[in-house]
Design a protein around this ligand. Structure first.
Ligand SMILES: [Zn+2]
Length: 183
């Protein structure tokens, strides 16, 4: 069963897009954190695309450097950070609370997160899938046991994921569980 979404009733009117909110009131950092929470993670690799986001960071001499954004996440204090390539094979973290994150970078990261959310969705509930079940090479995806078992019983799934005779426990490359956090 789908989790019911609580939407305030608006006198029967369709409430989407009827409120006029200029885009400038959107806090990009909050928007990204909300997206990550909806995905069910506190960190995501957003760079699985042809044009990754880049961000500026300053070294301890105050010199600005530009690097590719490797991860976006938030910590226990709800502080958004980007892990940025440091050009030496490592990464540096830049933080919302330090004022390190400019809107241009945040908008680019937000777009990448949204793009990744569209990569694949649960065939049952429609949620973006970042970890879950691949059925027949991606003909179907399921985000959870609950959604999988609406279509296949545990017995059926066991048969579907069985490997060749004698190596049953190895499984196969057509039906399996995986994740795409760093894909
Ligand atoms: Zn689902």
């Amino acid at each position: 069963m789908k989790t019911p979404t609580l939407v305030p009733l608006d006198n029967g009117e369709n409430s989407s897009n009827t409120k006029q909110q200029p885009p400038s009131v959107l806090n990009l950092a909050d928007e990204i954190k909300t997206l990550l929470r909806n995905i069910g993670t506190d960190e995501l690799c957003p760079s699985n695309v042809e044009s990754p986001a880049s961000a500026l960071w300053r070294n301890n001499k105050g010199e600005a450097n530009e690097g590719e954004v490797l991860y976006v996440g938030y910590d226990d204090d709800n502080d958004l950070y980007l892990k940025v390539e440091d050009g030496c094979g490592g990464d540096v973290s830049i933080w919302e609370s330090y004022g390190d994150l400019c809107d241009k970078t945040l908008a680019a990261v937000r777009d990448l997160v949204v793009e990744r959310m569209g990569e694949r969705s649960c065939s049952e509930c429609g949620r973006p899938v970042f970890e879950g079940y691949v059925v027949w090479d991606g003909a179907e995806y399921y985000c959870s046991d609950e959604c999988l078992h609406k279509h296949y019983t545990s017995e059926q799934w066991k048969e579907m994921t069985t490997g060749p005779a004698g190596r049953e426990e190895e499984g196969n490359s057509h039906c399996y569980w995986t994740d795409w956090w760093n894909a």
